[in-house]
Ligand binder design. Structure first.
Ligand code: GYE
Length: 318
């Protein structure tokens, strides 16, 4: 074998395109993932799941964090298109404004998988599948828990901490909750504002709610655990007892929520599973192989009231 041929073979072996024995190996799939940010415990668990699932599935992952900004996500998707990755996945920070970049991916023949949050586009051929939770159902579960468990008499004054404005979970969790409480005229949302899914903003907005409404607040409905945890701090700072003076309902079921429930400060959390990594890798392989996927792949979730927290906590994975 002449020198050039040998060095070419060695280059192929070192890039993984050829096994040392001379057997050809399939090129690993390259997946470009555009994450929302690192705004919550849920998001950190989601990122970890994706980062662990990729190498386990033999997939090369390119990962970017958009710091909760749509423009950054669009930039990341465009750079994945320019790099000619095999498949793009992303968790859209908001629902609208994706048509142009999705058309660019389609024109480049790169399939797109949506994870966690949905987009609002007319042409659903712009993405291969959407893997994630049913946020309307989560909102309904939160509302139903309240109707079934609230013990007080008279009007029930609710304050709501919404997620990121325009995001699928904020829109849908509000919708599902309102749909259920509408059935009983005693239940009223007296204040509703975004806390952008973070602890810091949850605390800040809850402080404003308490200043405006004082002791009138009976219930807090937070669209995620982190905002509820921030709000618990504000409630304690105001000299009130979270979980008793104000009943608190939130969504995600992350470890921080279990700790708050065990401490008696959070009444219930509705599960939203962030461990989407293995399902995403599976879908990526199928889509690259040209297999058709269902347009919607749903995750299965539960409800955890305070009374069950200590028992369930040791088995929680996020
Ligand atoms: O509930 C929240 C996170 O999109 C389901 O985003 C996700 C939400 C989750 O920041 O904690």
């Amino acid at each position: 074998m002449n020198l050039n041929r040998r060095s070419l073979l060695q280059a192929l072996i070192s890039t993984g395109l050829l096994l040392a024995g001379g057997m050809a190996m399939a090129k690993p799939i390259v997946l470009g993932f555009a994450q929302v940010g690192a705004e919550s415990e849920w998001r950190s668990a989601n990122t970890q799941s994706i980062k662990e699932a990729a190498p386990a599935a033999g997939i090369t992952l390119k990962f970017s964090d958009a710091q909760q900004k749509q423009e950054n996500q669009i930039k990341a998707i465009r750079s994945y298109i320019a790099q000619k990755v095999d498949v793009i996945a992303f968790s859209p920070v908001v629902e609208s404004g994706w048509e142009t970049v999705l058309r660019e991916a389609k024109a480049a023949k790169i399939p797109v998988i949506l994870t966690d949050r949905a987009v609002d586009v007319k042409d659903d051929s712009l993405y291969a599948t959407f893997i994630g939770s049913d946020f309307v159902a989560e909102g309904r579960k939160a509302g139903k828990w309240l109707l079934d468990n609230y013990k007080g008499k008279g009007d029930v004054n609710i304050v709501e901490l919404q997620g990121t404005v325009g995001s699928a979970p904020a829109i849908d969790r509000k919708k599902g909750f309102e749909e259920v409480i509408k059935g009983d005229a005693r239940y009223k949302i007296i204040r509703s504002q975004t806390g952008d899914f973070t602890r810091a903003k949850g605390k800040e907005v809850m402080e404003a709610f308490l200043k405006a409404e004082g002791n009138k607040i009976n219930v807090l409905y937070a669209h995620n655990d982190d905002m509820a945890i921030g709000a618990i701090q504000a409630i304690e700072d105001a000299g009130l007892k979270p979980g008793k003076d104000i009943i608190i309902i939130s969504i995600d079921a992350v470890k921080g929520a279990f700790e708050a429930m065990i401490a008696g400060k959070l009444n219930v959390t509705i599960e939203c599973n962030p461990q989407l990594g293995p399902q995403l890798m599976d879908a990526a392989k199928k889509v690259v192989a040209g297999e058709a996927l269902p347009k919607r792949i749903e995750t299965i979730e539960g409800i955890f009231p305070m009374e069950t927290a200590a028992k369930v906590f040791p088995s929680r994975k996020y």
